[in-house]
Design a protein around this ligand. Sequence first.
Ligand code: PLP
Length: 229
Amino acid sequence: MNKAIDPAVLAVAQEGSAHPHSMDAYWMPFTANRQFKKAPRLLAKAKDMHFWTPEGRQILDGIAGLWCVNAGHARPKIVKAIADQAAELDYAPPFNMAHPKAFELAERLVQLTPAGLNKVFFTNSGSESVDTALKMAIAYHRARGEGTRTRLIGRERGYHGVNFGGISVGGIVGNRKLFGTGLGGVDHLRHTHDWRATPTRAACPSTALNSPTISSAWWRCTTPRPSPR
Ligand SMILES: Cc1ncc(COP(=O)(O)O)c(C=O)c1O
């Protein structure tokens, strides 16, 4: 059941409901665009573990954004840290120059990771990370004189992002079938996941589509299913 909505939150959320702009220009990823734009599901505000729609409906965010807001939305300590840093030094080029805190973060990550993982390369997304890792693997063997070791092995149904390397080693055919041959020398092992256990969209209760909770089940029900390989 919804908790009472903070009037300040509601006011901001309702302000967001006035969206006079056309929805044509924004081409949404992994979304049936025409269908979405006929009946948009907009989120206007977030706090802790909830979203609010522009109409003020509260939704439990059971998947932490897109698995990336694990500490909760709009935490004052995090909001302040972001604002303070932007005011002090918002960006420093990393080519032959550097932001001092990049070194500090890298050192702290090394302390957290298992022994042997002692170098940090920063990227902007999971997709960029995957493509960079593939490049590093190939370059590593080349640097040690085994330049013929170029084959990459992925798994059926594996998701490794949206760039060419990631869709090539990834095992979701629907994500790569329109984009040509992709990387050469890639093979796929069988997946470990029984796709028959994943509910199809048809099997999803209609209530799931308007559920007050965004969860993994909601995600499966509202996301177009990739075709099995
Ligand atoms: C295993 C894996 N690789 C790559 C990605 C792509 O990350 P991003 O969406 O940040 O590009 C994801 C995202 O869920 C992922 O789970």
